[in-house]
Design a protein around this ligand. Structure first.
Ligand code: ATP
Length: 372
């Protein structure tokens, strides 16, 4: 399976601004990479340029050492020669063909021998656990079964790379979860390189080995998902990952003996950086606090009023008013809180994020203590 390399890839459509702007990306052999970001950020355009369905305006694309696109060198290998499988949101099986025919048809078009087609169809149906439906028509299958057939059809010719554009978005929540697990298993079993477009951060978190988070055509961060969640490089990344999202508290910082005094509207905190951090005295900062780092305590800490309490059984999402600052918190287990009740909280852990307010870039991670 190939390593895919994008160098300075830019796409400018005739109308409008750049859909993708100077994208550098290396997708390692066997990776499961999600292209993630809000609507219109350039995910689908990027995927289509890798497939060869869209022509970049600038840059180069390599599959291992083979250049499949270069604006400067005038190279543009056609999609059918790139050996990629493509799975769209609307996967449209042929309604008048059985599952067997749906899968075999493409292989026959590629001039595979009859016996090889038969054995491959059987093999891929076993892998995708659809062997018992092999003689049914699409209309006789559930949405999830149809989706498995669509994946089987895409995988049948053994593509080196599987490109998927929101392939689960038409399925209901339960089925989507099942199919996520299925895709992860499939990725492990086939060893193929998967590139997956989604706007759903939890889908990207749970599936991928790496996430490419984009905004307005520009790459924001390219990291393993837990690193993206735990150490976001800027406020956009921090805000995009996680549900409920991170709390952002504007404050002013003053360096003090290796620590940083933070003066926010409602409280004074001491930030202990995990690694030495340079800030100017009086620098405008934004403190990022994940809801799970707001820990409810019986006494001490900071007093707050419960604005809302949303228990799921697994956890409860709280909205707290702490002296005028609104914070989301998560309390784990079967717990509920009365609206308007007074509870106390403190800050737990060492993954609080300090951002520069002006550039919105991360300065450092660290832990917090309350100042008197
Ligand atoms: P979504 O999640 O909504 O599918 P996306 O991140 O996949 O969005 P793209 O479809 O790649 O975004 O579009 C990126 C930008 O390029 C958008 O501003 C879009 O309007 C623009 N765009 C896409 N295709 C074309 C086209 N054929 N002609 C002109 N502009 C286009």
């Amino acid at each position: 399976m190939p390593r895919i390399r994008l160098e300075h890839i830019t796409k400018q459509f005739s109308k409008g601004s750049k859909a993708v702007d100077q994208l550098d990306l290396v997708i390692e052999d066997g990776d499961f990479v999600s292209l993630l970001g809000p609507s219109g950020c350039g995910k689908t355009t990027t995927l289509r340029m890798i497939a060869g369905l869209e022509t970049p305006t600038e840059g180069e694309i390599y599959f291992d050492d083979q250049c499949v696109f270069s604006q400067d060198k005038g190279i543009n290998i056609s999609p059918d020669k790139r050996n990629v499988g493509f799975l769209f949101q609307n996967y449209a099986l042929w309604p008048h063909m059985t599952v067997r025919r749906n899968i075999a048809f493409g292989l026959e078009n590629m001039k595979w021998e009859k016996s090889r087609v038969e054995s491959r169809v059987k093999e891929i149906c076993d892998t995708m656990r659809i062997a018992e439906y092999i003689d049914r028509y699409p209309a006789e299958l559930s949405g999830g079964q149809q989706q498995r057939v669509a994946i089987a059809r895409t995988l049948a010719p053994n593509p080196r790379v599987l490109l998927m554009d929101e392939p689960l978005s038409n399925l209901d929540a339960k089925l989507r979860n099942d199919m996520r697990a299925e895709l992860k298993r499939l990725h492990m079993n086939t060893g193929a390189t998967f590139i997956y477009v989604t706007h759903d951060q939890s889908e990207a978190m749970t599936l991928s080995s790496k996430v490419c988070l984009m905004k307005l055509g520009v790459l924001q961060q390219y990291s393993p998902p837990l690193e993206l969640y735990g150490s976001p490089q800027n406020i956009f990344c921090a805000d995009f990952m996680g549900n409920p999202s991170m709390n952002f508290v504007p404050c002013k910082g003053t360096p003090r003996d290796g620590a940083i005094e933070l003066e926010a509207e409602s409280f004074s905190l001491l930030f202990h950086p995990n690694s030495p951090a340079e800030i100017r005295s009086g620098q405008e900062l934004v403190l990022g606090i994940r809801p799970e780092a707001v820990k409810i305590v019986p006494s001490g800490g900071i007093e707050s009023k419960v604005i809302s309490s949303l228990p799921t059984g697994l956890d409860t999402i709280l909205s707290l008013n702490a002296r005028g600052t609104i914070l989301s918190a998560i309390d784990f287990g079967i717990v509920d809180y009365k609206m308007d009740s007074i509870i106390r909280f403190t800050f737990e852990g060492n993954r609080f994020v300090l951002f520069d307010k002006e550039s919105t870039n991360q300065i450092t991670l660290g832990s917090l203590s309350l100042r008197a």
